[in-house]
Design a protein around this ligand. Structure first.
Ligand code: HEM
Length: 453
């Protein structure tokens, strides 16, 4: 994440306190790994909303543990360009690492296929339905399944198919994509380590495939499919998006739209498995006559399926926090955040704000009932400001439809979802992204008599 120490050491001592409990080398990483929300609450109780933490070697960060931090994400005095320094192979030349006008131009060119109307008109809902149905249909024939890896496979197939990868190429894409993820390991020296070489070769493979897709969509003048719209995307001055930019941002979609949805859908399922009442209500909503794809895009209210997904995202935001580098001094809370400082905006804390979410640690889908129009705080798991998640509507549709399809399966087959061995809901792991522990297994069991009458 770069080294902010040199720029900020003097000012930080003068301005904001440092949270205790940092270990040598690891800093506060160990605490963040299993107890990220508790770390934020501890710092906030001790020091107020702003305090320094050590997020690992050379990554001193100013934690801003307050919903007001969301406004900072809209400020022109913060930058994301450092993402390209530490994670160049993963995020370089993508929306994630662009600021200001450069970001605006590219974002504008790639945005059209992501509006609710376009999602509704596209094949996205059909793809989600067929990928989920095909896989959950097999759950009954297995004693139990690892929820994270099972949902991870489904989510990967969905994002690849949305991007237009031919079904017969899915296996090859999967292999290369998994190698490419090794690029998420931070690089310390100037040269990549051996694992990163593997990642870079996989990235080049993906880029070659994506490049061919872009060329083909340009030749055929395809403005309808998601890839076609991005390949032929134009900024407000009418200029066609650069080929390299189209390729790297298409690649970004895979990465941004896979681990995130997989994690939050897994948490939805885990909490469904822990509540027969929730399952019964969901199965009623997913009644045989209901058009599930239409329900998943119902913008007038939050269905129970959507409330359950949003609540999973609130308690377990996959991107637990985002970091920005300050490009000009910012006055806040009676202190000055110096130029060069890294600020951490912890969604995982902000989304447990007790004023907006009473009894915040409780999983309660019905808390979303009264607020059909979510504001900045309610959508904080998707970020805020210019980098707000581009795939927001796809993600919500995917998580909601997934829940509905599971509800329908339970109802049709007279089954219930359960945590294998009667295990309790596990505590999350927060790094690198929030996710359930590996051995979290679910199973299908016969529902109690009359459960879905
Ligand atoms: C539950 C699922 C998802 C969550 C929680 C999520 C969360 C986020 C967050 C927090 C950011 C902002 C990062 C920052 O400010 O540094 C972001 C950005 C982004 N997301 Fe998502 N995301 C999800 C699904 C998706 C999907 C399905 C797609 C694409 C199909 C997608 C594409 C993107 C892109 C391209 C960006 C970068 C936008 C920009 O920098 O302008 N995301 N997402």
């Amino acid at each position: 994440m770069g080294n902010a120490d040199a720029d900020t050491r003097g000012a930080s001592k003068r301005d904001f306190p440092v949270l205790d409990g940092a270990l040598p080398v690891l800093g506060h990483m160990a605490e963040m790994y299993r107890r990220f929300p508790a770390l934020c609450a501890r710092g906030r109780a001790k020091h107020g909303p702003l305090f320094w933490i050590h997020g690992g070697p050379g990554a001193r960060q100013l934690m801003y543990a307050d919903p007001a931090a969301l406004s900072l994400l809209k400020s022109p005095s913060v930058s994301t360009s450092f993402y390209a320094e530490g994670f160049g192979a993963l995020l370089g030349n993508t929306l994630f690492s662009f600021d200001g006008d450069e970001h605006r131009r590219v974002r504008q060119a790639v945005t059209p296929p992501f509006t609710p109307q376009r999602v509704r008109q596209s094949d996205v809902l059909e793809i989600i339905t067929s990928a989920v149905d095909a896989r959950i249909d097999k759950w009954e024939r297995t004693p139990s399944f690892d929820v994270a890896s099972e949902v991870g496979e489904i989510a990967l197939e969905i994002i690849f198919r949305i991007m237009g990868v031919p079904v017969e190429r899915l296996a090859a894409w999967r292999t290369q994509y998994k190698r490419f993820l090794l690029a998420g390991l931070p690089s310390t020296g100037k040269l990549p380590n051996p694992l990163q070489w593997v990642a870079i070769r996989a990235r080049d493979w993906l880029d070659a495939q994506l490049g061919e897709m872009v060329d083909e969509r340009r030749r055929s003048g395809d403005y309808k499919s998601l890839v076609g719209e991005i390949a032929n995307g134009r900024a407000d001055d009418g200029a066609l998006i650069d080929r390299g930019l189209a390729v790297s941002n298409l690649r970004l979609l895979t990465f941004a739209g896979h681990e995130t949805t997989a994690s939050s859908i897994s948490w939805s399922l885990i909490h469904l498995a822990a509540s027969t009442d929730l399952q019964r209500r969901l199965a009623t909503e997913a009644d045989d006559d209901a058009d599930l794809a239409a329900l998943a895009m119902d913008g007038s209210r939050f269905t129970l399926a959507e409330r359950t997904f949003r609540e999973a995202l609130r308690l377990y935001p996959p991107i637990h926090s985002v970091i920005r580098r300050v490009t000009a001094p910012i006055e806040l809370e009676g202190g000055t955040i110096p130029k060069g400082a890294l600020i951490n905006v912890p969604f995982v804390h902000i989304l447990r704000d007790a004023l907006r979410f009473p009894d915040p640690d409780r999983f309660d889908p019905d808390r979303w009932k009264e607020r059909p129009r979510p504001g900045t705080l309610e959508t904080a798991m998707f970020g805020a400001g210019p980098h707000f998640c581009l795939g927001y509507h796809i993600a919500i549709a995917e998580g909601t439809l997934f829940n509905l399809l599971v509800g329908r399966l339970l109802r049709r087959r007279g089954l219930a979802l359960a945590l294998a061995g009667g295990a309790p809901v596990p505590a999350p792991i927060f790094l690198p992204l929030t996710h359930p522990p590996k051995a979290t297994r679910l199973c299908l069991v016969p529902a109690s008599k009359g459960a879905y009458l």
